[in-house]
Structures are given as C-alpha cells and as structure tokens.
Design a protein around this ligand. Structure first.
Ligand code: 4AD
Ligand code: MG
Length: 477
C-alpha cells in the first residue's frame, strides 16, 4: 500500500477509505489519541485507537518522538479544528523513542536550547515551519529569475581570488599544518599545495558571475558563501547563502528597481504559498513581541509586515540625504546613537540604518551613491569624484538585506582604483580583461538568503533560519 502524506490526507474527503500514514508522534493522550506529524505540513493528523483494540505492549511504545506506520480508515473527525482523522486498524512502531531520554518534550523549548540539539530541532513546529518557508523561498528565487530569462550560473566555492574585500576568508589547504613545506625564505610554500597556490572559500560569487553577465546578459548565482569575521550578532553567520544577480546593460536605477521587484515577489510568493506556516509563525512572533517592553514592539504583525512590503514603494535616497536626516535626528542630537553622525563620509552602522527605516520613513529604504572610500573597488565611480553608484536595501528589524552596485566598466578607472587601494592587480587580470574585451555597463547585487528568511519568518536570530548554523566557536554537527 502507498503511503499518503498528512498534508494530502487533511485535504481528502473522508469516505472510510483505507490509508497508510507514517510519521512521528507529537503527543499520545488517554491511550487513544495520537497526534502524528510527518513534516509535510504544520498540522498533525489525529490517529484514533479504539480502546482495548491494541495490546498494552504496543500502547507503551507509542511515546512522544516515536516513529509509527499506521493503517486505518479516513473518517470525518468529531473534534474541533480538524476535518478528518484516521481510525487505526494496525500500528507498527518503526522507531522507538525513550520518553525519559528524548530531549524534546511537548512544550515550548528555548531557541538557545534547541540550537544545541540542531539534529532534533527539525522535529519542532517552529523549525518545520521555518524550513518549509526556506524551501519555498529558494524555489521562488529560481522561479523569479527563470521567468525573466536569467541564467543560473554556478560560481566556484573554492577560489584563488581574494580581491573582493568583502570579508576575512577561510583558507583551503591540504598542507600538513604541523609540517608545511617552506621556501628559501622560510615562508610556507603554497606551490606545493593542492592547487599550486593559496586558495580560500569564496566570500561572494560576484566577480566570477560577472564573466557570464558579459556573455549571457542576465545571470545570477545562488550558493554558499563564507566569512571568517568574528561577528557574534543576530544577523551574521560564518557560512550563509547568497543570491547574486548580475545584469549587462543595467544601470544603478535598473538595479534598484530589480531589487525591489525581487523582494516584493518573494514576499508575495510566501504570502500566497506558505500561509499556514506564516500564520503559525505570526502567532509565535506575536507572543515574543508581547514579552518585550512596549517601546520596542513592532507595530505590525508578521503577515501585515509582509503585506506592507509588497504594497509599498521602497524609499530611495542618496547617502548624502541620509546623512542630513541622521545628523539632525533626535537620537543624534541627544547623543543616543552609539556612533554619532558628525560628518559626511562616515560608514553607517545598523543603528542608523534602523532609525531611517523604522523611525523616519517607516518602510524599506534604498540608499545609493555612497562615498567611494567606504565601498568596494569595483563600484562605478560617479562624476562628482567622491561617490560611487552603490546601493544598499535596508529592511525593518534586519538593517541591510541587499548590497549591490553598478560596476565600473571603464578599464582606466578600474585599474586606477585597484592601484589606489593597493589590491593585487595580478590576481585580477581576468577581471580586468572583461573591461578590455567588449566591456559593457552592468550592475548587480547580493541578497543574504538567511536575512530574507529572517524577515519572512519573523525569527529574530539568524542562527535559527539555517539548519546548521556556523558562527564563531561553533561547528557542531
Ligand atoms: O554587502 P555584501 O558583502 O555584498 C557582496 O558580497 C557583493 N559581492 C554582492 C553583490 O553585489 N553581488 O553582502 C551582500 C548581502 C548583505 O546585504 C547581507 O544580506 C548578506 O549578504 N550578508 C550576510 N548574511 C549573513 N551573514 C553574514 N556574515 C553576511 N554578510 C553579508
Ligand atoms: Mg554590504
């Protein structure tokens, strides 16, 4: 007999038909009612055992966490909140679960505790919901781009280029750390390493995907990226996934429009396709909000927040305009910011970004035309001689969710910038050749996938939106 998933069963008209269901016990009440979950949907299926119809031996083994295979008939449920239930005819225990030792009890556990048992937190309602939403968002990313004629390019994970400057890198080497080969000067001789050179885990696929934008026009990469920064925040991971579209013939305005369309599409997709999980997460987030002091609570609930983003234009303003607003803001005048804004040119901290988004404009903001000095070498230089065509998309509760720019397509300008910054020009030879051979204006950006999932699920810590988070001091599992 073929197994039916609980998601499908819950939508099937109950006509007493025989069905096979398999899943994990959430609760077992009165030796009679099993709440069974198979992860296909947030809801449990109620399995009813007729009293005295099953041996005591079997009943004893139906414990929270045990895995069962049940056959029975699908009938209308007299209970509230569910249309159907299964009246069991056979119950097979596929995997016992010692209730005394099983760390998950049918109650709420703290997210901190669940992080320590990341191999089991997958069995909670919260992580089930988050990961189903995460899946839907990954799918929607590909659908958005595929529908618009973009090509998915797999950029390398091990790279020889460390010129992006996006962050500290993890080294990749097969040399024996206790006894590495040395050259004449006593330095480690990477010529003897696996690739014959120093290599690292990528911090971004951008430079490589640009090579395909200069051939296929509309491209994107979506893969894991790695940053060895010692950032212990709720918004940073050492291993995260990034979506990086890169488009020939796009200027900074086209780029900003694509970023807005993309984010709105993803939120809309979640609202339309993940409504049950979002309702659950909305309720969960509301309970968390209620525990916060009044002035820190957000005005909108999760679902309303998503709708708000879908329905409203993002506010666009230049870095210079933002500095003026921040300089004259109350928290700046009253010295409430940790980093006071006193002059043009300073980098914005997340407290400033959040002020603009959450207090001043009360909607997503796109800041553009940043000072060249605080942005990457490849960003297109503006005519004012001091800013570049960079853009950051800032979201409530998250801060920066997207960073991008129009790229410098002029060889002379790019070379000069590389020299000014003392970057290793010889490693960038291939990147410069894109400007030598048929250069084209082009733009792109990077969306941090986990920051997106944080916003869509309302989870406050980025460590809770990826199955196995990697952060300083933690690489368990
Ligand atoms: O602003 P970033 O560093 O930009 C780049 O890497 C560019 N190469 C992107 C491009 O233009 N193609 O990172 C882009 C986004 C950030 O806005 C943020 O959402 C996310 O990546 N991000 C992180 N997410 C989780 N943990 C971290 N440590 C992150 N660092 C950046
Ligand atoms: Mg950035």
């Amino acid at each position: 007999m073929k197994r039916t998933k609980i998601k499908d069963l819950l939508q099937t008209p109950p006509e007493g038909q025989t069905v096979l269901v398999q899943g994990w016990v959430r609760t077992f009440r009165n030796n009679q009612f099993i709440a069974l979950n198979d992860g296909s949907v947030i809801h449990n299926l109620q399995v009813v055992l007729e009293l005295n119809a099953f041996p005591e031996e079997t009943l004893k083994r139906i414990t929270t966490g045990a895995c069962l295979s049940v056959t029975g008939t699908l009938i209308p449920s007299p209970a509230k909140g569910q249309a159907v239930e299964v009246k069991a005819s056979t119950v097979e225990i596929l995997g016992d679960c010692d209730a005394e030792k099983f760390p998950l009890q049918p109650k709420r556990h703290s997210l901190e505790f669940l992080r320590e048992i990341a191999h089991l937190r997958s069995r909670t309602n919260t992580f089930g919901a988050v990961m189903r939403v995460r899946h839907a968002m990954a799918f929607a990313v590909h659908k958005f781009f595929n529908d618009r004629g973009f090509f998915y390019i797999h950029t390398p994970i091990i790279t020889g280029s460390d010129a992006e400057g996006a962050g500290a890198m993890f080294r990749v080497s097969t040399l024996d750390p206790n006894n590495p080969p040395k050259d004449e000067q006593g330095h480690i001789n990477y010529k003897e390493d696996f690739f014959g050179r120093e290599t690292n885990l990528t911090v971004s696929g951008q430079l490589e995907v640009e090579t395909y934008a200069m051939a296929l026009s509309d491209t994107y990469t979506f893969g894991p990226t790695f940053r060895a920064e010692n950032s212990n925040t709720t918004r940073h991971l050492a291993e995260f996934w990034m979506i990086e579209p890169e488009m020939a013939f796009y200027d900074i305005n086209d780029n900003m429009q694509l970023a807005q369309d993309f984010l709105q599409y993803l939120m809309k997709y979640a609202l339309e396709n993940c409504s049950e999980d979002l309702q659950f997460l909305d309720k969960r987030a509301a309970e968390e909000e209620a525990a916060k002091p009044q002035d820190q609570r957000s005005e909108l609930g999760l679902v309303d927040r998503l709708k708000f983003v879908v329905e409203n234009e993002f506010q666009r303003l230049t870095y210079t305009e933002a500095i003026d607003i921040l300089r004259n803001s109350n928290p700046n005048k009253k010295k409430k910011f940790q980093y006071l804004i006193d002059q043009w040119g300073v980098d914005l901290q997340s407290e400033h970004e959040r002020y603009l988004v959450e207090k001043h404009f009360k909607k997503p903001v796109i800041l553009y035309n940043y000072p060249a000095a605080i942005k990457a070498f490849y960003m297109r230089q503006n005519e004012d001689g001091k800013t570049v065509a960079a853009m950051d998309v800032l979201f409530p509760g998250i801060g920066e969710i997207i960073g991008g720019s129009q790229r410098e397509e002029r060889l002379d300008r790019l070379s000069r910038r590389i020299q000014e910054l003392n970057l290793p020009e010889k490693d960038l030879w291939w990147y410069l050749e894109l400007r030598k051979f048929g250069s084209a204006p082009h733009s792109g950006f990077g969306l941090g996938f986990e920051r997106l999932i944080q916003f869509v699920t309302g989870m406050t810590n980025i460590r809770d939106v990826i199955p196995f988070p990697r952060f300083p001091g933690n690489a368990e599992f």
